[in-house]
Design a binder for this molecule. Structure first.
Ligand SMILES: Nc1ncnc2c1ncn2[C@@H]1O[C@H](COP(=O)(O)OP(=O)(O)OP(=O)(O)O)[C@@H](O)[C@H]1O
Ligand SMILES: [Mg+2]
Length: 443
């Protein structure tokens, strides 16, 4: 995905720009040479995927004016200036305006390559960060990452939209691997703080002293600024809140109470409930629980998401098949029933794992989905849930998956699907409507 960076070289002297261009091209860069700043400005805009190397003394717009102009176009764009021999004041001025660095004529070509490399690296980081920020601030993109259309999932997405905009502290509860961290990201992305800081701290990853410093400071020299401060104006996600000591819970409560309203730092606490019989309420100090649980999201376990299990399995195994360059496994009716009935103690994370291994097995032509499900369950858990589900639910989930798969394979060709499944057009249309499958999604 790392697209090559381009180097725009601007120099009014033909020999000079050609030799720089050739040298950099030899060092593996993509280059484009311009005889004037005006010409270069035609292609160098905001988000320009590259850097600029420019001479300072030029007729028309000179290098200094050009640099100022570029700062206005994209203040993070690295610009390397070439100054005349001994032109120290010029170099100083260029650095003051914000040049990335300067080279004094006549310059050592290796030094030029080295600088270009550094500048391109910095540019790549800037552009990647921007892309990520855009993706994150486009909350809908994140919500779409939450696959599934079952009733509990639709409700979850609505909750995210509602609570994301509400802006109070939030408590997210759910079993391991259900998507709590993903939900925390989505909450931030759909709210008013989307463009502000998102800081995530796993409370179980540090010892008491380190965690205290990491959250509240004072930070040691080589440590990042304390998270409460770093996330000011934005969101602070505290994962595994249940592992906070009593002392730290009290400290956190004080920090929360000391903030004004609206809170400077929005706290999103994630409670990881491994044991089914424990609740977040039972493990946290009542006053802290009360303070952060006014807005609460419960992420449902996978086994309660019915047909989503098959949808996710299909999507994920397609993705892995793409990645490994092989075919996705076809799921038989029996296997579909097994997927639907499995207890999924590891939830979506486990499903991702099973889908990947099913694809690899399929590539080798050995093994079964059932064996994957068995292997994943420790002895203390039944391999399949004992609680029965109505037959109708299985049949419908399987029917939905079959139509979904067939539509995907035929890229939305209704005629081809009718033929393969031996269904009259009207029945197919009715079933697609029933399962909220839309032809336009497959084209
Ligand atoms: N509805 C979903 N659709 C697609 N992918 C999902 C969904 N929910 C979770 N995932 C993926 O499943 C994996 C586990 O999700 P996540 O890490 O958010 O779970 P978690 O509840 O925070 O787990 P833990 O308790 O271990 O912290 C991630 O790779 C995530 O992207
Ligand atoms: Mg998590």
């Amino acid at each position: 995905m790392t697209k090559a960076m381009k180097i725009a070289i601007v120099d009014d002297e033909k020999d000079m720009r050609q030799s720089i261009s050739q040298w950099l091209a030899l060092s593996g860069f993509e280059t484009e040479a311009f005889a004037s700043a005006e010409e270069a400005l035609r292609i160098v805009g905001p988000d320009f995927a590259g850097i600029v190397v420019s001479d300072i003394r030029m007729p028309g717009m000179d290098g200094m004016q050009f640099l100022k102009k570029l700062r206005g176009v994209d203040s993070a764009l690295p610009v390397i200036m070439i100054t005349g021999h001994g032109d120290v004041p010029m170099a100083v001025e260029a650095m003051r305006i914000g040049a990335f660095d300067f080279l004094e004529k006549p310059f050592n070509p290796d030094r030029m390559t080295e600088l270009a490399k550094k500048a391109c690296h910095a540019r790549r980081l800037t552009l990647d960060n921007r892309a990520l920020r855009r993706e994150l601030s486009d909350g809908s993109a994140l919500i779409q990452k939450l696959m599934g259309q079952s009733v509990p999932m639709e409700r979850l997405k609505e909750d995210i939209l509602d609570l994301g905009q509400a802006d109070g502290h939030v408590l997210i509860e759910g079993e391991t691997g259900t998507g709590k961290t993903l939900v925390a990201h989505a909450l931030h992305a759909v709210g008013a703080r989307a463009t502000k800081k998102f800081v995530l701290i796993s409370c179980s990853a540090y010892d008491e002293a380190t965690l205290t410093r990491r959250l509240f400071g004072p930070a040691d020299e080589d440590e990042p600024i304390p998270a409460m401060e770093e996330a000011r104006g934005g969101t602070l996600v505290l994962e595994d809140i249940e592992s906070l000591s009593q002392t730290l819970q009290a400290r956190l409560l004080t920090a929360i109470n000391d903030q004004g309203t609206p809170a400077e730092t929005r706290i999103v606490a994630i409670c990881n409930l491994q044991e089914q019989d424990k609740t977040c309420e039972s493990v946290l100090r009542p006053d802290l629980y009360y303070r952060i649980s006014a807005l609460r999201i419960v992420v449902p376990p996978l086994r309660q998401r019915g047909e989503d299990i098959l949808t996710l399995f299909t999507r994920l195994s397609d993705q892995f098949a793409d990645e490994y360059g092989c075919d996705a496994p076809q799921v038989s009716a029996q296997e579909a029933a097994q997927l639907l009935q499995a207890p999924w103690p590891g939830n979506v994370r486990q499903l991702i794992n099973v889908a990947e291994r099913a694809v690899l097995q399929n590539r080798r032509g050995t093994g079964s989905i059932a064996s994957l499900l068995m292997a994943d369950n420790d002895d203390s858990r039944p391999a399949m849930t004992t609680e029965g589900k109505p037959l109708k639910e299985f049949v419908e989930a399987f029917e939905r998956m079959l139509i979904d798969n067939t539509m995907r394979r035929h890229k939305g060709s209704i005629t081809a699907v009718m033929e393969e499944l031996c269904l009259p057009r009207r029945t197919l249309n009715e079933k697609m409507a029933k399962y909220t499958l839309s032809r336009s999604d497959y084209l």
